[in-house]
Design a binder for this molecule. Structure first.
Ligand code: SAH
Ligand code: SF4
Length: 369
């Protein structure tokens, strides 16, 4: 496969544009093989805590953008801590705190306090919980404050590495250059700075997606979390009526981008995004079998989770035994299955995927640096 595939811009764009099912399957198998050979068969867990859907930004594709009318929430410090403790009990190894972008002092201090508290949670014989933040663009000082308080990874997607496309999917006061600067700030401070882009957006070409992959390589990202674009019915981007690939195509593209990235950057961490799960009930498992090695099970308390509607996520609730029978719940995490709101637990206990319990699962790439 690798002999036939050239990983330059032209080769990547051709592979992305090719819709031949046999080619796509061979690519995924090759990427899985490279993953096992390079970083091993383990999948690392990051318990995802969606702290708030209040956002000062207005991205044109996002269902919790400032101007959308929806019920807003913010988890209390105790709720975040209870959820993090539950993650520690389940030996998740690390958590991600994600939310809308806010730069007010009260929010910033709250995150700083939470980081210190989370780092002191008793995890038994395991290392303290690892913490990744995904709270948008902040000043360098704030990134430093959070790093000093214990965060060591930060996820900030570039959304699209093409500045023109970036401008089309954001309002005029959102800046590509500022986003890029924030990524470099994170890296300089010492974070493992993860990035990513949406896949299958309106106006996006195969060349744009090839450039996204080359951007990750140039930025030398130790981790990447990218996922299919899923339209939200009330966002300006959806309301333009601009076409985008079918759900089936976006799903196939999502897996293919993971596979191509694994071939391009064999030793990094690649997340199988929740957006895959929305398009296919075993989406994230298929992501792992296409070369991803990180999963972010959503452990946000259910009552609030349903309000974090970046896009329509109703399908995520369909198969969760704990949503049907609350007695099966251990705090917020389904007891039957490691993975809330999906049937992934069963799938993963199959032969091919090993769960790296109780470990941070830093990328081999970052450790090598
Ligand atoms: N506010 C922070 C983190 C929360 S949003 C930030 O923007 O960085 C997390 C991610 O959700 C964004 O990076 C974006 O890529 C993704 N997202 C938002 N709307 C989406 C949509 N309609 N389809 C797919 N992903 C979406
Ligand atoms: Fe806010 Fe992030 Fe949504 Fe943009 S993508 S509106 S920053 S939550």
């Amino acid at each position: 496969m690798r002999n036939r595939l050239s990983l330059d811009r032209e080769g990547l764009a051709a592979a992305i544009a090719c819709e031949d099912a046999a080619f796509e399957e061979a690519l995924r198998e090759e990427a899985y093989r490279v993953k096992v050979e390079t970083v091993g068969p383990d999948v690392y867990l990051r318990g995802l805590i969606e702290i708030s859907n209040i956002c000062a930004k207005n991205c044109l594709y996002c269902g919790i953008r400032r101007d959308i009318r929806c019920q807003r929430y913010e988890l209390s410090e105790e709720e975040v801590l209870a959820t993090a403790r539950a993650a520690a009990r389940r030996r998740f190894g690390s958590v991600v705190i994600q939310g809308g972008e806010r730069t007010d002092a009260a929010f910033i201090r709250k995150i700083t306090r939470l980081l210190k508290e989370i780092k002191s949670i008793d995890t038994g014989d395991d290392p303290p919980l690892g913490v990744t933040l995904s709270l948008g663009e902040q000043s360098r000082e704030v990134y430093e404050e959070w790093f000093d308080a214990g965060a060591h990874r930060y996820l900030l997607r570039i959304e699209s590495s093409n500045p023109d496309l970036y401008r089309r999917i954001h309002p005029a006061d959102h800046s590509y250059d500022r986003r890029l600067q924030a990524l470099y700030d994170l890296k300089e401070i010492g974070y493992q700075a993860g990035t990513g882009a949406m896949i299958g957006m309106p106006f996006q070409t195969a060349e744009d997606m090839a450039d996204d992959l080359l951007f990750y390589k140039e930025f030398d990202a130790p981790m990447v979390g990218m996922g299919p674009y899923n339209p939200h019915p009330e966002t300006p981007l959806t309301l333009t009526g601009a076409p985008y690939p079918s759900a089936e195509r976006r799903f196939a593209l999502g897996l293919k981008m993971i596979a191509l990235l694994r071939l391009l950057m064999p030793d990094i961490n690649i997340a199988a995004a929740t957006a895959l799960e929305v398009l296919d009930p075993r989406g994230r498992e298929k992501g792992l079998l296409s070369g991803a090695n990180v999963i972010m099970p959503n452990i946000t308390p259910e009552e609030q989770m349903v309000k974090y509607n970046l896009y329509d996520r109703k399908t995520l609730l369909r198969e969760c035994p704990s949503s049907v029978d609350p007695s099966k719940r251990d705090t917020h995490i389904c007891r039957n299955c490691v993975f809330p709101f999906c049937s992934l637990g069963e799938g993963l206990s199959g032969q091919k995927i090993v769960i790296g319990y109780g470990r941070w699962g830093d990328s081999k790439h970052f450790r090598r640096e």
